[in-house]
Design a protein around this ligand. Structure first.
Ligand SMILES: Nc1ncnc2c1ncn2[C@@H]1O[C@H](COP(=O)(O)OP(=O)(O)O)[C@@H](O)[C@H]1O
Ligand SMILES: [Mg+2]
Length: 234
């Protein structure tokens, strides 16, 4: 479903030049649950932003469903982002002055859905994330875990096939993080393709596959998962 070929991305110029991604090859099948791990600065967020059509690449190709994603066309890119991708970040990014229903409904605005359809879609997302009773609450009235569930509900309300999450448990305590991880599992079991960037070995352990980034490259050092955990987490 997702394939990157020799993707590179550089930021800055001259002394400030950073090669964030250096020749990434990657392919992810529909229905996979994949973790991307690597030290801070290894290019994880850059990779995820490119996968989500939120950032262009300098070189390489992005194939989605057998078609190239055209980064030169703003219109096509917006369509791709809107229709195919849901994005979850570490700090929830909920609007404080909107209640949970309104937050989750945001991606549906200006899409020509009827009020009734919007209500249906939002309530279904809230049900899936098990926070339907919080529809009228404001973000400040929710726990961290509930806020993250609301943010995930917002990411899946349009039923995107691809869900991208950048350190989704990074701001949660361990138990809450585990609960959120279970949510990703459930969504994956229901057919969603999910890519999670995480520092958390526990989160990664529950994914089918770990892609390890090192200095902007997919690390192919032959280390298994256990060796990697020892290397980074001891
Ligand atoms: N917008 C940007 N401008 C300049 N440098 C950036 C920008 N985004 C990322 N970088 C640099 O690119 C490298 C990879 O960053 P990032 O993808 O955020 O890594 P990670 O998410 O693994 O911590 C880092 O050296 C970072 O400083
Ligand atoms: Mg990052």
């Amino acid at each position: 479903m997702v394939e990157l070929k020799n993707v590179s991305k550089t930021f800055g110029k001259k002394e400030a030049r950073v090669e964030a991604l250096r020749g990434i090859d990657l392919s992810i099948r529909e229905g996979e649950l994949v973790a991307i791990m690597g030290k801070s600065g290894s290019g994880k967020s850059t990779l995820l932003n490119i996968l989500g059509g939120m950032m262009s690449m300098d070189n390489g190709e992005y194939w989605y469903d057998g078609k190239t994603v055209n980064f030169r066309s703003q219109r096509e890119l917006t369509k791709f982002r809107r229709n195919e991708v849901g994005f979850v970040v570490q700090y929830f990014a909920l609007a404080d002055d909107l209640n949970i229903f309104q937050n989750v409904a945001l991606p549906l605005k200006y899409q020509g859905y009827s009020r009734k359809k919007i209500k249906e879609m939002v309530m279904e997302a809230l049900r899936e994330l098990e926070i339907e009773d919080k529809a009228k609450a404001y973000p400040s009235e929710l726990s961290g875990g509930q806020q993250q569930r609301a943010a995930i509900a917002r990411a899946v309300v349009k039923q995107p096939r691809l869900l991208l999450a950048d350190e989704p448990t990074g701001n949660l305590d361990e138990a809450t993080g585990e609960a959120v991880q279970e949510i990703f599992h459930k969504l994956n079991k229901n057919g969603k393709t999910i890519i999670i960037v995480t520092h958390d070995a526990k989160v990664a352990k529950h994914c089918e596959r770990i892609i390890h980034l090192k200095d902007g490259m997919v690390s192919d050092d032959g280390l298994g998962r256990d060796a990697y955990e020892e290397e980074v987490f001891v």
